[in-house]
Design a protein around this ligand. Structure first.
Ligand code: UDP
Ligand code: MG
Length: 334
């Protein structure tokens, strides 16, 4: 075929075998009427079920399906980023494999691309998640908006559109543990935000247990703002002033009220000390979080690597640039 692929749909998949048939059917139906070539880039994020086999089976019927097969589980945002790197379309739409993002919205996003937007942000209407999930998102969304200055209403919706140029810059960051919608916002020239539908997960369980969810929200906050560090600085000054006032008050009380009072005040002093040491531990913890990130970033490790890419009718591709070097066991730098 001569005409180039216009649209790539990137889908990260982690143990999604039960969703793949319906997902594929609905994507194909939603894209059938599009007047240009499209592809679906399925990134298998180290699934332990039959996810990659099912994608290969799909390829028999629908040659638009590409399988990017990760060597192991690297996480949803690494998978999306790999999808960006190995997709060929000028426009990229990402969506979740569990059908929470209706594929029927694809034409609506395409319209926004046609109108010239290079980043299509979305806000989930009638969000179908647990009360806890929605509450957590609300807090993080508000916090990140305030701290990072990125004015988005729903950072977490993964049904989004990215122009190739924006996606390329996201990939070029080679950022460890990132949050793609927020990162992409830094590179968009003509962004737009539109409402999209949302559904309950069709099959299977959420791939985000509590600890992973917490880690993801923390990624979003700490990757896009250093304000928490500044807050720490201010809090440190406040604690120090408070400590000084308390110390002076205690000395004053000792002088005025005498020995007997001071003995009884031992607990107060201990309380104050505990309070201050608690605050210090908090400070160390938060500093540690940033130092850890600096450490991860300066190592310039590959945030992910692809074992193989399988496109129907083409030779198996083993991307040399981002595959581990078998000779040294080290990952070559790009
Ligand atoms: N996912 C992934 N790698 C992971 C976790 C999730 O590729 O380590 C994919 C998953 O298969 C799904 C999408 O990311 O397509 C969103 O995951 P999920 O629906 O479990 O998240 P939730 O909707 O609960 O936030
Ligand atoms: Mg989901």
């Amino acid at each position: 075929m001569t005409d180039a692929i216009k649209l790539s749909i990137v889908v990260p998949m982690y143990n999604e075998e039960r969703n793949i048939p319906a997902l594929a059917e609905r994507i194909v139906a939603a894209c059938a009427a599009l007047p240009f070539r499209w592809e679906v880039v399925c990134v298998n994020d180290g699934s332990r079920d039959r996810t990659p086999q099912l994608v290969r089976e799909l390829q028999q019927r629908h040659p638009q399906f590409v399988l990017v097969d990760f060597a192991r589980n690297f996480g949803q945002h690494a998978a999306v980023s790999a999808g960006f790197a190995h997709s060929r379309g000028e426009w990229i739409i990402t969506l979740d494999a569990d059908l929470q993002n209706p594929p029927e919205e694809i034409p609506n996003l395409v319209k926004q691309f046609e109108a010239g937007h290079d980043l299509i942000n979305t806000v989930r209407q009638n969000r179908q998640d647990t009360f806890f999930r929605k509450g957590a998102s609300k807090i993080t969304n508000a916090l990140v908006r305030k701290l990072s200055g990125i004015r988005l209403n729903d950072f977490g919706c993964m049904l989004r559109g990215y122009h190739r140029d924006v996606a390329r810059r996201v990939v070029a960051c080679r950022e460890y543990k990132t949050f793609i919608p927020a990162l992409a916002s830094l590179f968009a020239c003509r962004p737009v935000e539109i409402p999209v539908g949302h559904a309950e997960r069709a099959q299977g369980e959420s791939k985000y247990p509590l600890h992973k969810l917490f880690s993801l929200q923390l990624d979003l906050i700490t990757n896009f703002s250093v304000q928490p560090l500044r807050l720490l600085f201010v809090a440190g000054i406040l604690f120090a002033i408070l400590g000084m006032i308390l110390g002076l008050a205690l000395i004053g009380a000792r002088l005025v009220l005498g020995d007997a009072w001071a003995n009884q005040g031992t607990l107060t002093v201990m309380g104050v000390l505990l309070f201050l040491s608690g605050a210090q531990f908090f400070a160390f913890g938060l500093l540690g979080e940033y130092v850890g990130r600096i450490f991860q970033q300066v190592r310039l490790r590959e945030p992910w690597f692809v074992a193989s890419i399988e496109r129907p009718g083409e030779e198996l591709e083993r991307p040399a640039g981002d595959a581990p070097n078998p000779g040294t066991g080290r990952y070559p730098r790009a």
